[in-house]
Design a protein around this ligand. Structure first.
Ligand code: ZN
Ligand code: ZN
Length: 307
C-alpha cells in the first residue's frame, strides 16, 4: 500500500463506524477509484458530505454496491442522489444490492423531489458475477449476517504494460496504428527491421483484487470470494474478548477478521465498521496484527493507492 500515490487503484474510506455514527466515524461507505470508474461500497447516512470532502467528483462513471438493507448502510442514498442532482450529474448511475434495494430506490426517487437529469438503474442481485466492464469484474457472495447480506470482490483484468513513445520513435516507429500494435504485444515491421514489443512496452501489469465484506460472521463463502485479494476490507466490529457479542449480532471480532485474511491468502487487511464502544482502536489493531501483520485500521477520509 502506498499513501503517497503511484498506484493504480485509489481506496478512500468515507465512513468506518458501525450501526451509529460517532464523533470520529461516519457510517459505512468506501470508494474505490479504478481506470473503469468509481465503485462505492455501501452508502451510510452522511456519505454525500464525505464524498464532497474527498473530492471524488459527482459526475464520474459510477456504481454503488449495497451490502444489505440495514439503515446504517443505505440511508445515505437519498442524500447522495440529491447532491448529484444538485451538482448537475448527467451520467447514468447504477445501484446494486440484495432484494429490496430496487424498491428502496424507487420509493426514494418517487417521493423525494430530486428532479435528477440522469437515469438511475437499481438492480436486486444474487450471488455471482454482477458487473463486467472493459477493465474489471465484480462478484457477489452471501455473507452471514442473519439477513440477506452480500460481500463483493472487484477484480481488475491484467493490463498491458506501459508504452514508451520515446523508445518507439528512437527505433523509427512513427506515431499511429503501429504504436497500438506494439502495445498489444505484437511485433511490427519497419522496412526490413522487425521491432519486438518488449523493446518499447513494459511487461503486463497484474490486475488488483479488492474484497469488501462487512456485517458478517466469519464465513467460508467470504474466504472463497476473497481468495488472494490484494486488499480485504472486513467487518471488525468488536475486540477479541467480545466474541459472544459478535456472534449474537452477526458481526466479527478483529481476531476473526484477521483469521479470514490469513485463510483467504489476502495480502492486506483493512478493519472497518467499528462499534461505537471503541473510541481508541490501538488495542484492536494489535490483536489483529498478532494474527495478520499486514493489517490497518480504516479511518474516515483515509485514502491510499494500491499498486
Ligand atoms: Zn452495519
Ligand atoms: Zn447490518
Amino acid at each position: 500500500m502506498n499513501e503517497h500515490g503511484g498506484g493504480e487503484v485509489k481506496i478512500t474510506f468515507l465512513g468506518t463506524g458501525g450501526s451509529v455514527p460517532t464523533k470520529k466515524r461516519n457510517l459505512p461507505s468506501l470508494a474505490v477509484r479504478t481506470d473503469g470508474g468509481l465503485v462505492m461500497f455501501d452508502c451510510g447516512e452522511g456519505t454525500q458530505k464525505q464524498f464532497l470532502i474527498a473530492k471524488l467528483g459527482f459526475n464520474r462513471e459510477m456504481r454503488i454496491l449495497i451490502s444489505h438493507m440495514h439503515a446504517d448502510h443505505i440511508l445515505g442514498i437519498p442524500g447522495i442522489l440529491h447532491s448529484m442532482s444538485f451538482m448537475g450529474r448527467s451520467r447514468d448511475l447504477e445501484i446494486y444490492g440484495p432484494p429490496g434495494i430496487c424498491e428502496f430506490v424507487r420509493c426514494t426517487t418517487e417521493t423525494v423531489k430530486f428532479g435528477p437529469m440522469f437515469s438511475i438503474r437499481a438492480v436486486d442481485i444474487r450471488p455471482g458475477t454482477i458487473v463486467k466492464t472493459d477493465t474489471f469484474a465484480i462478484k457477489a457472495a452471501w455473507a452471514d449476517h442473519g439477513m440477506p447480506c452480500l460481500a463483493y470482490s472487484l477484480t481488475e483484468y491484467d493490463k498491458p504494460g506501459r508504452f514508451h513513445p520515446g523508445k518507439a520513435r528512437a527505433l523509427g516507429v512513427p506515431k499511429g496504428p503501429l504504436w497500438k500494435t506494439l502495445q498489444m504485444g505484437k511485433t511490427v515491421k519497419i522496412g526490413r527491421k522487425k521491432i519486438d514489443p518488449s523493446k518499447v512496452v513494459d511487461p503486463p501489469r497484474r490486475g488488483l483484487k479488492i474484497t469488501y465484506a462487512v456485517d458478517t460472521r466469519p464465513c467460508e463463502r467470504v474466504i472463497e470470494l476473497a481468495a488472494d485479494s490484494d486488499l480485504l476490507i472486513h467487518d471488525g466490529m468488536f475486540s477479541g474478548d467480545a466474541a459472544e457479542r459478535a456472534r449474537e449480532y452477526g458481526h466479527s471480532t478483529v481476531v476473526e477478521a484477521a483469521t479470514i485474511a490469513r485463510k483467504s491468502h489476502s495480502k492486506n487487511l483493512a478493519l472497518t465498521h467499528f462499534s461505537a464502544m471503541y473510541e481508541d482502536t490501538k488495542e484492536l489493531l494489535a490483536e489483529a496484527r498478532a494474527i495478520f501483520p499486514k493489517t490497518i485500521v480504516a479511518e474516515d477520509l483515509r485514502s491510499f493507492e494500491l499498486s
